[in-house]
Design a protein around this ligand. Structure first.
Ligand SMILES: Nc1ncnc2c1ncn2[C@@H]1O[C@H](COP(=O)(O)OP(=O)(O)OP(=O)(O)O)[C@@H](O)[C@H]1O
Ligand SMILES: [Mg+2]
Length: 358
């Protein structure tokens, strides 16, 4: 187990006179035993970051520390990390047992120690009944668990997992997610986990690093990322349905857009702002109390709730209501947005605006 520190690392490539940026300057201090998730859309630099930690890619600048060692100049095999990828990378002609034991055999571990280690790892991921099978005789989830067991058996200082669940169907992902969560609870090995799935990030992480366009947007606990987004990107990326983001202006602390007048948003005046409010923070209200008014554009039953989307001028805003609620398209409705659960962002810089509410 180890603390992992990334000190101002960056990665870019030069080819044919063109520079391609993988990661702009990034610093992270990952505690011993922490589960850290790198989250962001395709191409934002997650895998590049991971490959630099693993030693599969040289950092263009900066230092990488694992425990007490600066590892920039160490070979991947000498860094004491185990990687699990989206493609399982199992050896097709080896049995599950042989696949799991492989890292120990090449390391020259004593034969007497290999067998108990393999069985312990197989037990942890519930593969004891499959040790004699070959990968092609396994389901996707079982193959993924073999890859996990092969990483566990090495008892590395750090696990690096790059989208390990993305080849699995939705149901399996959820069950593997809880496997990984439980495993981390038992092993307490420092883990860096890459995903573009915000639910995976929220459920697994001690801390989430939200990335976009090769840059860190925010680092925080799942609660901080969800409840206190630093900018428009984070606000829009985290949450399902996505946070409502409405263009408007701020006058005397009142947010104004067609159909919306939300008092109590501080005291300032800003010409171009964006209001952010989550569907679950909008309450149905009779039209006298409502501070959001419009006509029903659509309503969708999700089983556990009803999502109602109002057309407010040119913009739409979605609220989450009880599963019993019914309405008609075109009906006039109102919502109440509580100012303390609404966010303001600068329309130019996209950064969060924080006003003194007192
Ligand atoms: N060997 C390379 N040479 C040049 N550019 C590269 C190279 N590898 C990655 N890049 C670029 O670096 C950026 C980050 O890529 P990276 O693979 O880290 O993204 P990612 O966040 O893992 O995306 P995904 O979710 O699609 O896996 C991309 O713009 C990519 O095109
Ligand atoms: Mg990737």
């Amino acid at each position: 187990m180890a603390r992992v520190q990334l000190k101002s690392i960056a990665k870019s490539w030069n080819a044919g006179g063109k520079t391609s940026v993988g990661v702009k300057e990034m610093s992270l201090d990952i505690a011993d035993g922490e589960f850290l998730v790198l989250l962001g859309p395709s191409g934002c630099g997650k895998t590049t970051t991971m490959r630099m930690v693993a030693g599969l890619e040289d950092a263009t600048q900066g230092e990488i520390w694992i425990g007490e060692r600066k590892v920039n100049d160490l070979e991947p095999k000498d860094r004491d990390v185990a990687m699990v990828f989206q493609s399982y990378g199992l050896y097709p002609n080896m049995t599950v047992y042989e696949n799991i034991s492989f890292p120990l055999r090449i390391r020259g571990t004593k034969v007497a120690e290999i067998d108990p280690a393999v069985k312990r790892a197989a037990e942890k991921v519930e593969l004891m009944d499959f040790l004699d099978r070959r990968p092609k005789e396994l389901s996707g989830g079982q193959r993924q668990r073999v890859a996990l067991a092969r990483a566990i058996v090495r008892q590395p200082a750090v696990f690096l997992m790059d989208e390990p669940l993305s080849n699995l169907d939705a149901k399996l992902r959820v069950s593997m997610r809880s496997h990984i969560k439980h495993l981390h609870h038992e092993l307490k090995t420092t883990t860096i986990y890459v995903t573009h799935d915000q639910i995976e990030a929220m459920t697994l992480a001690d801390r989430v690093v939200v990335m976009s366009k090769a840059e860190v947007q925010q680092i925080g606990t799942p609660e901080q990322i969800y409840n206190d987004p630093a900018n428009l990107f984070v606000a829009g990326f985290i949450g399902n349905p996505s946070m409502n983001l409405i263009d408007g202006k701020l006058e005397n602390g009142c947010f104004i857009a067609e159909g919306l007048r939300i008092e109590g948003m501080g005291r300032g005046a800003v010409e171009k702002v964006v209001l952010g409010v989550r569907a679950e923070d909008l309450m149905l209200a009779n039209t006298d109390n409502a501070n959001v008014r419009g006509s029903v554009f659509s309503f969708e039953l999700t089983g556990d709730a009803t999502l109602i989307t109002l057309q407010c001028g040119a913009q739409r805003i979605t609220a989450r209501s009880s599963k019993e609620f019914r309405t008609r398209i075109g009906e006039q409705l109102g919502f109440m947005a509580a100012p303390e659960r609404s966010y303001l962002f600068d329309g130019q810089t996209q950064n969060r605006l924080r006003f003194d509410r007192s």
